[in-house]
Design a protein around this ligand. Structure first.
Ligand code: PEP
Length: 257
């Protein structure tokens, strides 16, 4: 089974509109058609940058998608500070990261909320990138696979195979995010394989084989090759290295090899 790779940049709370337009344009300027054969490319900037970045990609007619970094599960209402699926939809946002460890850790996002967000996104035809991953304490305890499996099961509660296939799961060990410390290819493969096995139990092997599982956590041009060579790693969710045109483009080009 060959799955098309996916390289998604998580810009986090970086880039004003002006800066976002510059970076989007720089990425566009490097775009080559062979990228599209090798991988899907997505950038996930802050909410205010989504439309400007989308406009750059549309104007240049390059198939680079945009994704949000969070969403609320209700369509509208008294939820001060939140953004809904229809709002994302209207600006042409095709993807949305949910359950990022920074949202779970700093903003208390729970497995149940991740599940509600996943369902709302699927209903609105925006593809969820569902983040899971263990802390260093969990890894040291030796319970990583149980912990991550439980996160996956909770995220997909009440979701059927036809809906699940639209989702991407990103394995992001918290101890590797923004720390410069990457999981070894073997560590990342072990957990991504366990995620796929869980998806197979939930939805059947054929669906699990179709779904993309990404690795995220200090992925950079120096370590990308060995990570994406692993059989169950279908690309990357990239933080720091997605903020510079040179490194992001190098990560995309690693998929061409
Ligand atoms: C992330 O935040 O999703 C991430 C993987 O960050 P970094 O690449 O900077 O570790």
């Amino acid at each position: 089974m060959t799955r098309k790779r996916l390289m998604a940049g998580n810009w986090k709370m970086n880039k004003t509109i002006g800066e976002a337009v510059v970076l989007a344009q720089e990425i566009c300027n490097q775009y080559e058609e062979k990228w599209d054969d090798a991988c899907d490319v997505v950038v996930c900037p802050p909410f205010v940058d989504l439309k400007p970045a989308k406009t750059v990609f549309e104007f240049d007619r390059v198939p680079i998608g945009v994704g949000a970094q969070n969403v609320h599960w209700e369509e509208s209402g008294a939820f001060t500070g939140e953004i809904s699926v229809p709002m994302l939809k209207e600006i042409g946002c095709e993807w949305c990261i949910i359950g990022h460890s920074e949202r779970r850790g700093y903003f208390g996002e729970t497995n149940e909320e991740v599940n509600k967000k996943a369902k709302a996104l699927i209903a609105g035809q925006i593809k969820p990138i569902i983040c899971v991953g263990e802390s260093l304490a969990v890894r040291d305890e030796g319970t990583t696979l149980d912990f991550v499996t439980a996160q996956v099961i909770a995220a997909f509660a009440g979701i059927d195979a036809a809906q699940a296939v639209k989702c991407v799961v990103a394995y992001e060990p918290i101890w590797a995010i923004g720390t410069g410390r990457t999981a070894t290819p073997e560590q990342a493969q072990e957990v991504c394989a366990a995620i796929r096995a869980t998806l197979a139990e939930l939805f059947g092997q054929a669906t699990a084989d179709e779904m993309r599982v990404l690795y995220g956590g200090s992925m950079n041009p120096g370590n990308v090759d060995l990570l994406i060579a692993q059989p169950d790693i279908d690309g990357g969710l990239i933080g720091g290295a997605a903020l510079k045109k040179e490194s992001f483009v190098q990560l995309i080009e690693a998929c061409l090899k």
